[in-house]
Design a protein around this ligand. Sequence first.
Ligand code: ADP
Ligand code: MG
Length: 287
Amino acid sequence: ELYTSKELFLVEQRGYEIADLLGQGAFSVVVRAVEKSTRTTYAVKVVSLEADAVQHEVAIWALLKHVNIVQLHAHFPSPRFMFMVLEYVPAGELFDHIVSRKFYSEMDARFLMRQILSALEHMHSRGICHRDLKPENLLCVIQPANDALGDSIQHVKISDFGLAERFVRNQPHAMSRRCGTPGYVAPEVLRGHGYNEKVDLWSIGVILYILLVGFPPFYDKSDRELLRKCEAGVYSFPSPQWDLITPAAKDLIENLMQIDVAKRFSASDSMRHEWIALPHRPSSDHL
Ligand code: ADP
Ligand code: MG
């Protein structure tokens, strides 16, 4: 309904040619569009103005500029929608790459984690907490396959600031709204006594866990049970999948998925961890 709507005519009026549909969420439609004057391809995210947080999403996104964060190029409202013109990230969600690859080597996971942590350091230093980090919100740029290993990810970029919030630094209870995604959400968000930007580091720990073995630390068919497990925050490194993973990788996960928020690593702490400092893929010096 939204896609065929005459509202998209407004995008054309602004000088973009609409190419195709990229994604569709509960409150948004994302289309690929080419700016006529420059022939540059963008992704245009169209969000109903009825979603009360959309002004907020734009204001926050505009504060961020980092190679590993999807760049907001322009934005304009219509009576019913907000249009966000975003940097186009061609290879889709990290989620789909994990599904097709099953899991990543420590070297490849390290290459991705460095980029994600660097983006998070930038975001947190500007007082912005993402609150919904997960492989669906990490978009990829790939290097075409040139060997039997297949496509390899060149850049990963954090996207979707729909749940992002500004926070005051050094406050243990800067935020309180219960939000996020079951499986990735930090225990203190569910416990309901307030939380700070460290919730993003917990989610990064869950993502690293999944990258290394291809299955999540918390799982249950019932969402209620899953949330109960996430709130308890108790997980393990089951055999045999974890047997060959190095102690350094497990140590980083334990410092990210640390229930005690004061002890949990910040983005900068994580960047200095021994596992992150080890070499990544021998042939990839993209950054
Ligand atoms: P929602 O808030 O509905 O989750 P997202 O911002 O996550 O919206 O976008 C939905 C989907 O659209 C993404 O998961 C992705 O597949 C696609 N998409 C979003 N932004 C881009 C982009 N900049 N480049 C390419 N595809 C994108
Ligand atoms: Mg999303």
